[in-house]
Design a binder for this molecule. Sequence first.
Ligand code: ADP
Ligand code: MG
Length: 339
Amino acid sequence: MAGKVLHAGTLFLFLSLVMTGCAGVTPLSHNVVVKRAQMHMGTLVTITAVASDLEAGHKAIQAGFNEIKRLERLLSTWIPESELSQVNAESGRRPVTVSRETLDLVAQSMEIARLTEGGFNIAVGPAVDAWSITEQQRIPSDEELQRLKVLVDVAAIQIDMTGQTIFLPHKGMKIDVGGIGKGYTADRAAEEMKKAGAQGGVVALSGDIKTFGALPDAAGFPVGIKHPRKEGAVIAVIDLQNEAISTAGDYERFFERDGVRYHHILDPQTLRPARSCQSVTVIGKEGVLVDGLDTGIFVLGPERGMALIERLAGVEAVIINDQGTMILSSGLRSRLRAP
Ligand code: ADP
Ligand code: MG
């Protein structure tokens, strides 16, 4: 999936806040907290489990990592044998049979494309490759981008839900789930942790974080939102309660040339880096929704993006616009606190 560089727009603040717990909360349990990190999907994945004992905690963490590895083999476009790589390799030729998960993720991506008026677009793959933001760091010419336009048509993707196939009708089309796959994976891994017996947990694929339950003697899990321009600085903290959070930022993967920042979130209209935000953080119940929305809203811009958030039930956002001004959705104003 996505790139091979570490990046995180949202941080799980376990170490700093678990020590103090939450004032005024009576200890209710003797649960233990276990945490482990591994590299998957080109990023640092940290899983935390709250469980009755160490063994149960480790078992739940293992179940989470196993699910992530399984989904990576289906969805990663860095793995040539993955289902999505096969769909891409057969573009212009034939439909490819895929698993329920792949079908489900692509179908949900289409829904987010609709919500964000095409800002979110999983067909953007050929343009992502042309820029190669983390590797070759090239600036494609207008002609080159113009030629790619026909391939970046999300409406052309043919999904057969009953036959369970996906077909990309033009040769060279490429699905890239880098903007949504980590959120989806965090959801699935959290479900596996619950099945394995965890009472609470956090699955953090870099800045795509899904939580369930709470830390012992706390109301939830504290998560920090990073400052888009000051490395290491946190602008606000929020306690998540059975929620997911995800950030899309222009500081995560970028290069600079002649004083201009070129980053990894492309506006499907221009096929150039989207310019109206520095970062977009979305909070909601499902990782798949908040990860898709952060990328789509980054393209849509602060005004239309915030209007969309206010229309959707159960979703909140922190948008930092191109001037560095922080804009909060109505449901967040009483929930954010200073770091
Ligand atoms: P990450 O958390 O990995 O930084 P984001 O959610 O910010 O991911 O999405 C960025 C990734 O999404 C890019 O690296 C690229 O693979 C893909 N992408 C870029 N532009 C778009 C877009 N307009 N719609 C959907 N996906 C995109
Ligand atoms: Mg995203």
